[in-house]
Design a protein around this ligand. Structure first.
Ligand SMILES: C[S@@+](CC[C@H](N)C(=O)[O-])C[C@H]1O[C@@H](n2cnc3c(N)ncnc32)[C@H](O)[C@@H]1O
Length: 183
């Protein structure tokens, strides 16, 4: 068989295997994530919220379900803050660890965030799904310190009025970003 056919078979096989691993990693943790699949927030949306929520270097941001850790890295890079991400999907967790490797103030925990202690967090970021937002609101109210900021990508926190709603002026990635200042 010609060499290019072998190359094509190997590349196609590799891509297929990656897709299977992606689907399996999502299926494995579905009972815990309850529909909040591993999908990343766009760079443009991350930049928009970083501009809107200034942070000081001694503060801490937590991403509940950090995916590949891109929010942690961008915030850390911009403000030098300590960032902590919780991620239960093994594939996303490994990617986050790999991409965030090195001397920095980024911590990624392979842990269910419902068990996380949020008392030190100054800013909490999340991109989860409507099914869990009510339960999340209760956890945030019970666990966060007064004055903490919550940033929710795409879905609002039921029962809370956002202090700001960001929306990019473009046809793609223009879902809302809700910003809340907890009393
Ligand atoms: C829509 S993705 C968002 C990823 C990342 N925050 C971002 O914006 O790019 C939601 C992530 O939350 C994770 N997740 C959902 N429920 C979780 C839980 N209870 N504990 C830890 N991670 C969870 C999922 O595995 C998924 O990777």
């Amino acid at each position: 068989m010609a060499a290019w056919i072998w190359i094509f078979i190997i590349l196609a096989g590799g891509l297929f295997a990656l897709k299977i691993i992606y689907v399996l990693s999502i299926a494995l943790v579905l009972p815990i994530t309850q529909g909040a699949l591993y999908v990343s927030t766009s760079r443009a949306k991350i930049a928009a919220f970083i501009n809107a929520v200034p942070m000081k270097a001694d503060q801490m941001l937590v991403d509940l379900g950090c995916g590949d850790g891109r929010v942690l890295r961008e915030v850390q890079k911009r403000y030098g803050v300590r960032t902590v991400g919780y991620e239960i999907n093994p594939l996303a967790y490994l990617k986050a660890r790999l991409f965030s490797f090195g001397p920095n103030r980024i911590q990624i925990r392979c842990q269910n965030f419902w068990e996380a202690d949020l008392s030190e967090a100054d800013v909490v970021f999340c991109y989860l799904y409507p099914d869990v937002m009510k339960k999340l609101a209760s956890k945030l109210v019970a666990g966060l310190k007064p004055g903490a900021v919550v940033v929710s990508s795409n879905f609002s926190l039921p029962g809370f009025v956002p202090s700001k709603v960001l929306r990019l002026e473009r046809s793609l990635h223009n879902d809302p970003i809700y910003i809340y200042h907890l009393k």
